[in-house]
Design a binder for this molecule. Structure first.
Ligand SMILES: [Zn+2]
Length: 328
């Protein structure tokens, strides 16, 4: 097992042991009670920390995409209506994930919905918070670890710089995990969307199937199915592990962006653990809701509790000003 996957596995055990606490949105860690800096001082500290770091490990989670308009997953809101309107009208789902959790008898209708879901993220432009982050990372040595499956980071960066440990909407796997194979989902999704037109179901013969056993395909993602944790999964963990082990002695900034309370084991708690154990490192989290900074790293850590899109945009503006006001 790779270095980072091992960290996650141990964190997961902790999560199970304290499940009741986590389920209430809390944490078993003792949190800092330091009074936070003013917002402006926090932005200054963020930009200073980025400038001072030798290496930045970005941990990008759902809040980052949500801040840029990718907020159709958990609610029947304006963006869900925009992309999933015809399905919202017929099925009354409370967001994109809700639709994935339903029991679909009609497979052609299910694939109409799923193809729409995948098409929405595959075709989405790079969202503004990602572009602002990209500006902040310019000229820096960095690596991105992400739980987002929406392919935003791989639209920006070479795949060698990104580890997508929860899967990727551009790939299919066998729904039964009959083999270790993953294959392209982009072309089949395009064909399904085109054939569906204004309807809400695809032609049955377009239902994508596993080339090995003939069962239905499924997106290569964790969360609402049987996630294939095979060689592709291992290679994502290997990338971030290799990167970290190579830079363990550097001044690393662990930059956590938009982690929710449901999955602290993939980015947040491993980052806390690494910060604690690597005395040269710093930790900064940006979160629109939760002010969770462990007491043991409070002297090398900070949480900015505010809108993620606004924080990244303000940090970008300050960085621009420091660089002499020239436009990016
Ligand atoms: Zn199969």
């Amino acid at each position: 097992m790779s270095f980072y996957e091992d960290l996650v596995t141990r964190t997961q055990l902790n999560y199970q042991n304290y499940y009741d606490l986590y389920a209430q949105g809390e944490t078993p860690y003792e949190l800092s009670t330091l009074k936070p800096l003013t917002y402006q001082d926090q932005i200054t500290k963020l930009v200073d920390a980025i400038n001072a770091a030798e290496v930045i490990l970005v941990g990008g989670a759902s809040g980052l995409s949500a801040a840029g308009g990718g907020d159709f997953y958990y609610a029947d809101n304006a963006s869900f209506r925009k992309y999933f309107g015809k399905f919202a009208k017929k099925y009354h789902f409370k967001g994109a994930f809700d639709g994935m959790m339903r029991h679909w008898q009609d497979r052609a209708a299910f694939w109409g919905y799923l193809a729409t879901f995948l098409n929405t993220t595959q075709k989405a432009e790079v969202r503004k918070p990602y572009l602002d982050l990209d500006f902040l990372l310019k000229d820096k040595e960095f690596f991105v670890l992400t739980t987002n499956q929406d392919t935003q980071f791989v639209k920006l960066y070479d795949e060698s710089k990104v580890a997508q440990i929860q899967g990727d909407h551009r790939f299919f796997q066998c729904v039964n995990c009959c083999s270790d194979d993953t294959w392209d989902a982009v072309k089949p999704v395009e064909s399904m969307i085109e054939a569906m037109g204004d309807g809400i179901a695809i032609p049955k013969d377009l239902i994508p199937r596993c080339p090995h056993c003939g069962a239905e395909a499924f997106p290569w993602v964790r969360g609402y199915g049987n996630f294939l944790q095979g060689s592709k999964y291992e290679s994502e963990y290997q990338k971030v592990s290799d990167y970290l082990l190579k830079h363990l002695r550097s001044k690393i900034l662990f930059l956590e962006l938009g982690v929710g309370r449901m999955t602290p084991m993939f980015i947040q708690e491993p980052f806390w653990n690494l910060t604690l154990n690597l005395p040269e490192t710093n930790y900064i989290a940006i979160n629109d809701k939760y002010d969770f900074l462990p007491k043991v790293i409070e002297d090398r850590g900070m949480v900015i509790v505010d809108d993620l899109g606004k924080v990244l945009s303000d940090a970008k503006d300050l960085m621009l000003k420091l660089k002499g006001g020239k436009n990016a």
